[in-house]
Ligand binder design. Structure first.
Ligand code: SF4
Ligand code: FES
Length: 362
């Protein structure tokens, strides 16, 4: 393992605190409290270790990273360490002066999430009244501060009809990039799958709209598009392959190969309070559990796609089959693929139940 290349990115989940309660949140079902979070000096040390390890990109996430009063200090430290800094935010806890301070501290990029482009829909998904108007004001401050902006729109059965308006919004906000990402089903989203999964016909219609818009706005707006895994024939290379490109540090300092890794029983995680990132990257049990292709079952063993999709998503395999080492059921070669297709059809055609919201302590 001594020749292992470094990861490309570090996802720093600074906090689980958040003003929103999105029912597809990628945070664990059990959220960490503020009293458990790493302090400023610990995060600063981690950013220095990340840069020395060869990591290039730092994604500051949460929860809502701006719930940390020391966000500007953390950005300054990361920038001084030579990391490209991307803030993934709801935009609801940053006023104009704070976004200017972040720009001055060296922030490179802002990724702003939208729950919907319709005010009522946005309130319903986020569990917070008036969130859309506040996000629009925030986006203007980002632009005025000269920061690069990506609009992130999470799509599901309750807003998929508004994909054209999402594209129009990104153009109006002068975003350089729009990410239209269908919900992926693990964690909170798995618990809410019947309320979120669109039908295949709805997905196909949205895909056609995005394809046409990419052509129409080429050179002005880049559109990334993530379709729901459950309608695929081949899985995505989740996280770019387990233990290959990304390290996730949780608010209390545990280091995970992906944001849902704690759902997998038997993995042993290390904590940045006790070990340096470089040692964790090379030697940690959880990172090595599904790294490479040795662990793969048949039909992945020897499959021509094994070093492209890396066997898909371990957390999804666990959620759908009870076995994290199984072939991802999204793959049509998986013995569980037929059952997944049936589950998808049932979930998308039943009337949507009420959302189960993400709440700290709830
Ligand atoms: Fe990917 Fe495994 Fe399916 Fe091959 S069999 S395409 S490696 S998930
Ligand atoms: Fe954990 Fe895909 S979310 S491997």
């Amino acid at each position: 393992m001594s020749t292992l290349p470094p990861p490309m990115g570090l996802l720093a989940e600074l906090t689980h605190r958040c003003p929103l309660q999105c029912p597809y949140c990628s945070n664990p079902l059990e959220l960490k409290r503020a009293s458990e979070e790493l302090d400023t000096a610990s995060w600063q040390r981690v950013f220095g270790e990340a840069a020395r390890l060869g990591i290039l990109q730092l994604h500051l996430s949460g929860g809502e990273p701006a719930a940390r009063a020391d966000l500007e200090t953390l950005v300054a430290s990361a920038s001084a360490a030579g990391l490209y800094t991307n803030l993934i935010t709801s935009g609801l806890m940053l006023d104009e002066s704070r976004i200017r301070a972040l720009a001055a501290a060296g922030l490179d990029h802002v990724q702003l999430s939208f729950q919907d482009v319709d005010a009522t829909g946005a309130d319903h998904v986020s569990g917070l009244k008036g969130s859309l108007a506040r996000k629009l004001a925030f986006a203007a401050h980002v632009r005025d501060a000269g920061l690069a902006l990506t609009v992130n729109a999470v799509v599901h059965r309750q807003n998929i009809a508004r994909v054209p308006q999402m594209i129009a919004l990104a153009l109006e906000l002068e975003a350089g990039r729009l990410e239209i990402a269908h919900v992926q089903y693990y964690g909170w989203a798995f618990a809410n799958r019947d309320a979120l999964l669109p039908t295949r016909a709805e997905v196909d219609a949205a895909t056609a709209i995005v394809t046409a818009a990419r052509e129409q706005h080429r050179g002005k707006l880049v559109i990334d598009y993530v379709t729901p895994d459950w309608y695929g024939a081949r899985p995505k290379p989740c996280m770019g392959g387990w233990g290959r490109q990304v390290m996730v540090v949780t608010p209390d300092g545990e280091v995970w190969p992906c944001h849902a890794a704690s759902t997998i029983p038997g993995l042993i995680f290390d904590n940045v309070r006790a070990k340096p990132l470089a040692e964790i990257w090379q030697h940690n049990h959880a990172f090595n559990a599904f790294r490479g292709t040795q662990w793969m079952p048949i039909p992945c063993q020897g499959c021509e796609h094994a070093e492209h999709d890396w066997g898909g998503c371990r957390c999804q395999a666990l959620a759908l089959t009870g076995n994290a080492a199984a072939t991802d059921p999204v793959c049509e070669l998986s013995p569980a693929h037929g059952a997944l297709a049936e589950m998808a059809r049932d979930a998308a055609t039943a009337s949507p139940p009420p959302f189960r919201y993400r709440r700290i302590g709830g």
